[in-house]
Design a protein around this ligand. Structure first.
Ligand code: RTP
Ligand code: MG
Length: 148
């Protein structure tokens, strides 16, 4: 089953939007199989955003993402990688459609509330960075067994 890494960034936590994000994931029918609420270590943040290391916003991005608690999730389900990107919406909130998390709640690209892996390779890499060998949770959702 496909898995993806999702984060409610420090701005989402500070604005009280953890429940909103979790609710959208759960109601969509995806399964949350890992959850970690912590201040991200700088080394993990740098590794996580390594693809942006040369970009001018990198230092600020790392500083922001490590500045306060964030919520890390592993989300499981068919096509979960694409579906989570769609739930989050476009990177720039001005381009994010209403109905997406960024479209509904964000205005600033640097404070766009959520992250989700953008490919299977990224998902595997990011789950490893943030969850290491920690056991993910296995449990049935009612919609695993039957389609309502
Ligand atoms: P994320 O990785 O956080 O899920 O966001 P994304 O895939 O939609 O966007 P990405 O291109 O990976 O950029 C990572 C994060 O860096 C910040 N950013 N700032 N100032 C800027 O021009 C700029 N560009 C990107 C955003 O917070 C973006 O989510
Ligand atoms: Mg990205």
């Amino acid at each position: 089953m496909e898995r993806t890494y999702v984060m409610v960034k420090p701005d989402g936590v500070a604005r009280g939007l953890m429940g909103e994000v979790l609710s959208r994931i759960e109601k969509k029918g995806l399964k949350i199989v890992g959850m970690k609420f912590a201040v991200m270590e700088e080394a993990k943040a740098k590794e996580h955003y390594a693809e942006h290391a040369e970009r001018p916003f990198f230092a600020g991005l790392v500083e922001f993402i490590t500045s306060a608690p964030s919520l890390s999730l592993v989300v499981e389900g068919g096509d979960s990688i694409k579906i989570m990107r769609a739930i989050n919406g476009a990177t720039k909130p001005a381009e994010a459609a209403p109905g997406t998390i960024r479209g509904d709640f964000a205005v600033d690209t640097g404070r766009n509330l959520v992250h989700a892996s953008d490919s299977p390779e990224a998902a595997e890499r990011e789950i490893k960075i943030h969850f290491g060998d920690a056991a993910l949770i296995s449990y049935p959702r009612c919609d695993d067994a039957c389609l309502y």
